[in-house]
Design a protein around this ligand. Structure first.
Ligand code: NI
Length: 202
């Protein structure tokens, strides 16, 4: 289950109103990106999680790569798997540039999304994709840094709960700084184009 990116856009708007210079520099219509340029915003930061191979990971481990990061859960019936498949399509469209990009999927459901579950799920979409999980505090800290809303919603049985959560992806530069917020409704071609533009600009 996904919430629209409206809530996130409100945050972006709040950042604009709070005087973030970079937002001001990109007047409407002037941005070369279909995504929201979040360069210089306070959103983002590091994390301490475990990848789907069991390796402890921080954001610094991906330094040197352009990171595309989004949050979700493997039991998600709709938007999460669609986003995963779309990101795999983005990688295909990037061609050789795909090797410069690291896609990270951060689970908001550490109870069910164990390392083994992520190992089954994430690389099935693309062999280079990395799934990240951790204990509840570590996941909550990562979600908080990226202003991700998530909440468990009861299912028919205690095991079949779903999670309402913010949609959309973040693009971080090679130093881990926030650069773009990719709304969930953007098609793969547009995302690939934004990534190419971003990588050209450095
Ligand atoms: Ni979802």
């Amino acid at each position: 289950m996904m919430r629209g990116f409206g809530a996130w856009m409100l945050c972006a708007l709040a950042l604009t109103l709070s005087g973030c210079d970079k937002f001001g520099q990109n007047a409407p219509g002037k941005s070369p990106f279909a995504s929201v340029d979040i360069t210089g915003s306070s959103v983002g930061g590091g994390f301490q999680l475990v990848d789907h191979t069991g390796q402890a990971r921080t954001l610094g481990d991906y330094a040197g790569k352009w990171v595309v990061m989004f949050f979700g859960f493997t039991h998600c019936p709709d938007v999460c798997p669609t986003t995963m498949a779309k990101m795999a399509d983005v990688m295909k469209q990037l061609g050789p540039d795909a090797t410069r990009v690291q896609v990270l999927f951060i689970s908001l459901d550490p109870k069910r999304d164990t390392q083994a579950v992520l190992a089954q799920y994430v690389p099935a979409f693309h062999p280079s994709f990395v799934g990240l999980t951790g204990d509840e505090q570590a996941v909550a800290a990562a979600a908080k840094a990226y202003k991700i809303y998530y909440r468990e919603a009861p299912g028919k049985t205690p095991e079949t709960y779903t999670i309402d959560h913010s949609a959309g992806a973040f693009v971080l530069d090679r130093a881990g700084k926030p650069r773009l917020f990719v709304a969930d409704n953007l098609p793969a071609e547009t995302i690939a184009k934004d990534l190419k533009t971003l990588m050209e600009r450095g």
